[in-house]
Design a protein around this ligand. Structure first.
Ligand SMILES: [Zn+2]
Length: 412
């Protein structure tokens, strides 16, 4: 089965002038932690790297893993994270309060997962409909009262929905807008489905935050687009959509919430759009040199982490990792740590007892730190460094050390 292909053109503008920013060794699907009985099976790994479009400045992955391999059996459900559920509630309320759709108006969520976002729109009096290719999750969402079509969202699907249900007052796409390869099909479908005064809302992680906070942990195969405003605005316009608002929000280490309407719609663009474009211009986010500088900072961190880990190993001491989320896989491959660590620790009971993709490092509960007694622990979950350091003060008092690899490499 050919489960992977490499794009030769930009996902947003079609240009062939793509320049590599960062290349990782072939990496398995970041979330594919394995149970013990699966350790003998072949494990596919795919190229992973960031590329920059010299024409529209969109930052993206060129390597696309077949979405059916990635998403049709997708197990992650939004409702499993209490913080995420709360976020979706605030998000849904903000959209309804601001754009005041007519009661009974239609809201469609693209990549609706278990229907968490739509549930909150339904509570505000809208008719709701989800579209998601993960069949089992779509079935469960429908059974739980959020009708969900098990499909990838395309212009044809949108046309069919509009015929059945009428035009939409709200179309939303959150992860889908960063995770889909064919964003043009989504944008065309959105335009097809939106009513004349309808709004398209989306949340995607923001490139400027990825760079400022050195979030290499957000680089994995599902996450195909690292959006910034300038290329995204131009892309939406080329598909007949007009951006009317943009907001920076703290989710996922830094995201954008955007609102668009059909070209010629009733809303005027908020000043926030021009302001953020200006900031991106000042930060030279549309320049390859800016991305190259990010890659150079990462390389420096990689070198420093390797020195610390190799020094410890040369003295015959044990080194382990802390964190077994998706982003840990990327870091194990990027930093070249997989073969150097004895095991991983993680506080998520769903990960404990599993083995990391590729290197098969066992994931243990973090209390086991005190049994295993590694002398050095690389904090792959460094975005939670303050909480983890506090939780394991005893480990540090007893002589253990943590390496915080990013955003600035330090020992703690
Ligand atoms: Zn481009």
């Amino acid at each position: 089965m050919n489960a992977h292909r490499r794009r030769s053109d930009c996902r947003l503008c079609g240009s062939r002038r793509l320049e590599a920013v960062l290349e990782l060794p072939a990496t398995p699907i970041a979330d594919a932690y394995l149970p013990k009985e699966a350790l003998g099976r072949p494990e596919p790994a795919y190229p992973l790297g960031l590329a920059f479009c010299l024409d529209c400045s969109h930052v993206q992955l060129r390597d696309v893993v077949d979405p059916s391999a990635l998403f049709e059996n997708y197990a992650y459900v939004s409702s499993s994270s209490a913080a995420f559920v709360e976020h979706f509630k605030r998000y849904a309320d903000a959209v309804v309060d601001r754009y005041r759709p007519t009661a009974g108006g239609l809201a469609v969520d693209v990549g609706s997962n278990d229907g968490t976002f739509l549930k909150f729109l339904k509570a505000r009096g809208l008719r709701v409909l989800g579209v998601d290719p993960a069949r089992e999750i779509a079935r469960q969402a429908t059974a739980a009262g959020v009708e969900t079509v098990p499909a990838f969202f395309t212009p044809d699907v949108a046309k069919g929905l509009r015929g059945d249900k009428g035009p939409a007052a709200i179309v939303s796409a959150n992860n889908a807008f960063a995770h889909a390869d064919d964003l043009g099909a989504i944008a065309d479908g959105v335009r097809e489905l939106l009513g004349p005064d309808g709004v398209f809302v989306f949340e995607v992680s923001y490139l400027l935050d990825v760079l400022d906070r050195m979030m290499i942990d957000t680089v994995y195969h599902e996450h195909l687009s690292y959006h910034s405003l300038k290329p995204l605005k131009r892309f939406l316009e080329s598909h007949g959509l007009e951006l009317v608002d943009i907001e920076r929000i703290p989710e996922k280490g830094g995201s954008l919430r955007g609102t668009a309407q059909r070209k010629g719609g009733p809303r005027k663009a908020s000043p926030a759009v021009a302001e953020l474009l200006k900031l991106e211009d000042e930060r030279k986010l549309d320049r390859f040199e800016t991305l190259k500088a990010f890659a150079d900072r990462l390389e420096a961190a990689k070198k420093r982490v390797a020195e610390l880990v190799d020094g410890e190993k040369a003295a015959g001491r044990m080194v382990a990792g802390y964190g077994a989320a998706q982003g840990a896989t990327t870091q194990l491959f990027y930093f070249g740590l997989g073969s150097k660590l004895a095991c991983l620790f993680d506080d998520n009971p769903k990960r404990q007892g599993l083995y990391s993709p590729g290197h098969h490092l066992e994931v243990l509960p973090s209390e086991k730190l005190y049994e295993k007694k590694p002398s050095l622990v690389v904090l792959l979950a460094w975005t939670y460094a303050p909480q983890i350091l506090k939780r394991h003060e005893r480990f540090r008092k007893e002589g253990g050390k943590f390496v915080i690899p990013l955003p600035k490499t330090e020992l703690a």
